[in-house]
Write a protein that binds this ligand. Structure first.
Ligand code: GLC
Length: 797
């Protein structure tokens, strides 16, 4: 079943029926002022942090699942009928209520038609502003004049700290103070306390937001939630709408809301527009100023244009036209956009991540950045530096880096039991990717502090990361499991050993050798080489289980991911990473990935492990806490799919690589959205596997490492565009039935206009590249040969 379609030209996803199986959401704003909005105008807004700066409410895990939000109620004064400009919350019968929602790049438009009144609401945050616009356009399609009354609705948090607002009611219900100043609603919390702008995390400080209306005269208001909704009312039937007008309530304590009432009369065919502006600051200061900036509706459209241009220009840095339109929709818009959103909000703000997780989880954040390096290289460098300063002088990482509170050089070193074994090893993926994207080779020599004490060049930070794992190696000479490796559920114990991390460490050493070569650090290279050889031997001796690689050992020798195990006897990650780390050769790799195919492939992707865990002690494998077929317990864990695609592409098997890519590609399920249920334009953490009665349903959209790895796999391995220190390699690995692909990429400010021709229906192998009419002898184009604009034709074998 279909609920919408991709409008690629506008870079929008259009939802044509509002009763989607789950709320389908979008994000507005930036890392300064963020917001979530669903196809029914549900959602919430936050300043800087979804946990510490949450100023409007959403009731999580409730039914309907996305309420409240940012609503316009429309009341017909003569008929005494009312509805909302989005299908929900009033929820008129769908035979009478037509609606279309367009989710775009940081904006959403909800259009509806009911009883001859057409409404169109555009929601967005203007660039560099700490406020959001809800611009409503109303048109009368009736032959009669219509007299309408419009009510806004938003529900406020009593404290910007979400935990305080949700749980500490004996306190938080008494610190809110609403006001209406010059027709602008002022939402204040802790207003008698001094503001402490330099201590953003401190929750007991005075804070204000405002809500104003432009374009139509205000005829009433409510700021007390119960006064508007009624103590036994609800969002679909607010008391004020049943009565037909507001009661001009002012909340002092209890709960606040933002309702402004305005009357609009429309002659047949007439259209009128009004704009709500809601944002950070006091009504009489920032509120007034924001209203002044909104002198005319054209101003809204001008700001909107700027926003669209900004996003579309960013996304134009890498686009592709392949024979698969769904790939194009994902690759050109939704996947990079998903990467940007994940980068911005980490695991803190969605309909599922309720804000309880704040701060930047080390491993997740370092991986998330891989998807945005070419879009925002400078911002990404700053984040990368932040994360590098989250490494302690031991070489391990702080599990979470708090962007507002982090003080490099002054942080307490984590207890040895808190270190994760994989955290800093992800730097070997992201730092070189940043340097290769930008050519900023000097970054390796940049001196940055450790989180606790001391400082080093980035190059030496990397060396410390390797030393950290080498020093914490177990009985078999493989890196220890510590508190966790990438898989949060495996209970390896501090001294257990992870074969997956062994491959990461191999990748790290291999990468370190490459960087040492680049920097002319010969003795460092020798150091790394000897460890690499040693590690390879240990992996060969102790990592191999006969047909596939083991997942891990516990310190007492208990194996994970072995044929000796009845449950979870094979894991995907060590197999794909044996290839990614270049531990195995082509022939071995093919054998391993064939086993993966036989053992782990399902309709919707590869299982994280098989069989599921049903009897294993949760003290051995905590994934036992999950129902089988979900999360780490034998689901299709989508984060891992990109690695399988990369592994197959390294092996040159373009058909299999693309087949795997497609199985977890959201757009592929556009026509069967009733199975996948979540947004067909967004990646998710996992899909229920064949072991679950919900086989095929996906969960935890938006904020997931799946987005960056899917994008990295598509750009660097399927399309094969691999930036390098002094040029770019182009080595596609595509399905044999793709005969032509066009790619446009901006690389170090130069435009590469690439045509890949595959006349012989091969899957990989570059026969020849023609760069601006000149033959290139290999698949590598040196930067020195690139002009401002370049025509490049790549012939596959
Ligand atoms: C979740 C976590 C991530 C972890 C993965 C596997 O996605 O955010 O850190 O690596 O689960 O357990």
């Amino acid at each position: 079943m279909k609920f919408g379609y991709f409008d690629d030209r506008k870079k929008e996803y259009v939802i044509t029926r509002p009763d989607t199986p789950k709320s389908w959401s979008n994000y507005l704003g930036s890392t300064e002022y963020g917001a979530i909005i669903t196809n029914n105008a549900g959602g919430y807004s936050f300043y800087k942090s979804a946990a510490q700066g949450r100023f409007t409410r959403l009731r999580f895990n409730s039914i309907p699942m996305d309420q409240p939000g940012r609503y316009f109620y429309i009341y017909d004064i003569d008929k005494k009928d009312f509805w909302s400009a989005s299908w929900q919350p009033v929820g008129k019968p769908l035979e009478k209520f037509k609606s279309e929602c367009r989710h775009g790049t940081a904006y959403t438009v909800i259009r509806s038609e009911y009883d001859d009144i057409v409404s169109e609401t555009l929601y967005f945050v203007p660039l560099n502003k700490n406020y959001e616009y809800w611009h409503l356009k109303l048109t009368n399609r009736d032959t009669e004049k219509r007299k309408l009354r419009i009510f806004t609705y938003v529900e406020y948090a009593n404290n910007w700290n979400i935990q305080q607002d949700m749980n500490n009611l004996q306190y938080s219900q008494f610190i809110i103070k609403m006001d209406v100043i010059d027709n602008i609603i002022d939402h204040g919390t802790n207003v008698f306390m001094p503001p402490r702008p330099d201590d953003f995390q401190y929750s007991d400080q005075a804070r204000h937001t405002f809500l104003a209306l432009s374009g139509s005269k205000i005829t009433g208001f409510d700021t007390d939630r119960e006064a508007f909704l009624g103590t036994y009312g609800n969002y679909s039937k607010p008391l004020a709408l049943e009565r037909g007008f507001c009661s001009n309530s002012i909340a002092v304590g209890d709960n606040g809301c933002g309702v402004l009432q305005t009357d609009i009369a429309l002659n047949p065919g007439e259209t009128k527009e009004l704009t709500v502006v809601m944002g950070i600051g006091k009504a009489e200061e920032e509120g007034r100023k924001a209203l002044q900036e909104l002198s005319h509706p054209d101003k809204v459209y001008a700001e909107f244009r700027k926003l669209v241009d900004y996003w579309h220009n960013r996304l134009e840095g890498l686009t592709a036209e392949t024979p698969d339109e769904l790939f194009n929709s994902m690759f050109n818009t939704w996947n990079p956009y998903n990467c940007m959103i994940t980068y911005s909000w980490s695991r803190a703000a969605s309909l599922v991540y309720s804000g309880e997780r704040d701060g930047l989880g080390y491993r997740d954040t370092v991986q998330d950045m891989l998807g945005v390096l070419h879009l925002i290289p400078d911002e990404a460098r700053e984040r990368l530096e932040l994360m590098i300063t989250g490494q302690t002088s031991t070489g391990g990482a702080m599990p979470v880096v708090k962007p507002f509170a982090h003080k490099p050089g002054c942080e307490t070193r984590p207890d040895e039991r808190e270190y994760r074994s994989d955290d800093c090893l992800w730097l070997f993926n992201t730092i070189p990717a940043y340097v290769k994207e930008t050519g900023d080779v000097g970054f390796y020599n940049k001196i940055l502090p450790y989180s606790d004490e001391g400082e080093d060049t980035v190059f030496m930070h990397l060396k410390r990361a390797i030393e950290f794992n080498l020093k914490r190696s177990g009985k078999h000479g493989l890196p220890c499991g510590l508190a966790a490796d990438w898989n949060d559920c495996l209970q390896l114990g501090h001294d257990g050993e992870s074969v997956f991390v062994a491959f990461q460490l191999r990748y790290a050493l291999h990468t370190f050798i490459e960087i040492s070569d680049l920097l002319g650090e010969h003795s460092e290279k020798q150091w790394a080489l000897s460890h690499l050889n040693n590690l390879d031997e240990n992996i060969k001796k102790y990592g191999w289980d006969g047909e596939w690689f083991l997942r891990a050992y516990r310190a007492d020798g208990l194996k994970f991911g072995s044929k000796e195990n009845d449950e979870a006897s094979i894991f995907l990650n060590p197999q794909s990473w044996s290839i990614i780390s270049r531990h195995v050769n082509q022939e071995e790799g093919i054998r391993i990935m064939d086993t993966v195919k036989n053992r782990l492939l399902t309709d919707y992707g590869l299982l994280i492990c098989d069989p599921p865990v049903e009897n294993t002690d949760p003290n051995v494998n905590k994934s036992r806490v999950f129902n089988k077929g979900m999360k780490e317990n034998a689901s299709i864990f989508n984060h891992t799919q990109g690695w399988a695609v990369i592994a197959e592409a390294i092996l040159g098997r373009g058909n299999i690589a693309y087949d795997y890519y497609k199985r977890f590609m959201p757009a592929r399920y556009n026509d069967t959205a009733e199975i996948r249920e979540i947004e067909p334009y967004v990646y998710s953490q996992f899909t229920h596997s064949k072991y679950s009665p919900r086989y095929g349903a996906s969960r935890l959209p938006w904020l997931t490492g799946t987005a960056s790895w899917a994008y990295f796999a598509a750009s660097q391995y399927i399309l094969g565009l691999q930036p390098d220190y002094y040029g770019i390699k182009i080595s596609p690995c595509i399905p044999s039935y793709w005969n032509k692909v066009s790619v446009k990429r901006i690389f170090r400010k130069k435009l590469l206009d690439i045509t890949i021709l595959n006349n012989n229906k091969k899957e990989c192998g570059v026969k020849q590249i023609i760069l601006n009419g000149e033959k290139i002898e290999s698949d590598f184009i040196p930067i020195t040969k690139l002009k401002e604009t370049n025509q490049i034709t790549v012939y596959i074998e």
